[in-house]
Design a protein around this ligand. Structure first.
Ligand SMILES: [Zn+2]
Length: 327
């Protein structure tokens, strides 16, 4: 079971034990970073709870296939895409739960980014978690457990998903296609435990110019000279980012990694991610107050959140770059 999950033995073992003993709690919380397999685990569990085959989940029986294709009527998945999960949505889910399942042995409610639930939404959910309907399982996923209502967290059994190890990411990158050692190494460093991001970056051939050292040196230089740039130049930087909108997630991560390294080289040089650029980093960090670098990372976070909630991409990038030049 859960064979496709990479490098997540502890939560997988716990799930296996709970399922085989028939003691799976009705509310689970999967906590861990982005791209480490939490949703995949939730879907595998939903399949396990509904599979018709002896070896569960088989992945090929009718319920398994439907769950895989996200077309099973009794597997309810909430994906807030950066927006708050309001009480009205939780009420909708409760309404569905008041009726009998259409066809499922066990109904599963998967709530992605559960930390985005409003307190009102959370309290409404809490009532259901306290007295869950028969044959209904809740799986809450979060990257920010600390932002969740404590009452909700205490109702759930929490399973922790760790960042995927660099060696596991490397072997996955090589398994998924032809990739040079150098590129794989760099992607694994930048992805920093986020396997989905690593695979996404590897599938984008045109990422090479940025990934390989020349592109990153240019990026570092731009990031340290933002204050001296004219507004026109800053807007052209935003435009360049916008042109690469298909790989914007990877580029923003790369920018954060570069800013992070400009801090780390000043404090703990051995922990630098862009190890091949240590000399450049040491040289460029001289004029960079750590406080400014942290604020710039924060502005990228803010932009990422806005992009997730479908804000205007071009405007978001422009505002991000202009603000970064002023901190
Ligand atoms: Zn099956």
């Amino acid at each position: 079971m859960f064979d496709d999950l990479i490098d997540q033995n502890p939560p997988v073992q716990i799930l296996n034990t709970l399922v085989s003993r028939g003691s799976l709690p009705h509310a689970l919380l999967f906590s861990g970073g982005t791209g480490v397999g939490k949703r995949q685990a939730a879907l595998a569990l939903a399949m396990t709870l509904n599979c018709e085959s002896e070896k569960r989940p088989c992945g090929v029986c009718r319920p398994c296939k439907k769950i895989k294709a996200a077309s099973h009527p009794d597997i309810i998945e909430e994906t807030p895409a950066g927006k708050p999960i309001k009480i009205s949505r939780i009420r909708d889910i409760i309404q569905i739960l008041s009726k009998k399942p259409n066809e499922a042995k066990n109904r599963v409610i998967i709530i992605n980014d559960a930390d985005l639930m409003t307190p009102e939404g959370g309290n409404a959910l809490l009532k259901v978690l306290e007295e869950p309907p028969d044959r209904s399982y809740f799986i809450l996923l979060t990257t920010q457990k600390g932002s969740m209502l404590k009452t909700i967290v205490s109702r759930c059994q929490t399973l922790y998903f760790q960042p995927v190890s660099k060696s596991a990411i490397l072997s996955q990158l090589h398994r998924h296609g032809d990739i040079s050692e150098e590129k794989a190494e760099m992607i694994a460093q930048i992805a920093d435990g986020n396997l989905s991001l690593a695979l996404k970056m590897a599938s984008q051939e045109d990422l090479d110019p940025t990934i390989l050292s020349g592109g990153r040196i240019d990026l570092l230089k731009s990031l340290v000279s933002l204050k001296e740039c004219s507004t026109g130049y800053l807007l052209s930087m935003a435009r360049d980012l916008f042109k690469n909108k298909d790989r914007i997630a990877g580029l923003l991560t790369l920018m954060k990694t570069c800013l992070r390294d400009l801090i780390v080289i000043q404090l703990a040089p051995e922990k630098v991610i862009n190890r091949d650029l240590t000399e450049t980093l040491a040289h460029l960090c001289e004029s960079q107050p750590i406080d400014t670098l942290l604020k710039r990372i924060d502005l990228i976070h803010t932009a990422e959140r806005a992009i997730q909630s479908n804000a205007n991409l071009r405007l978001t990038l422009e505002v991000m770059i202009i603000r970064m030049s002023r901190v």
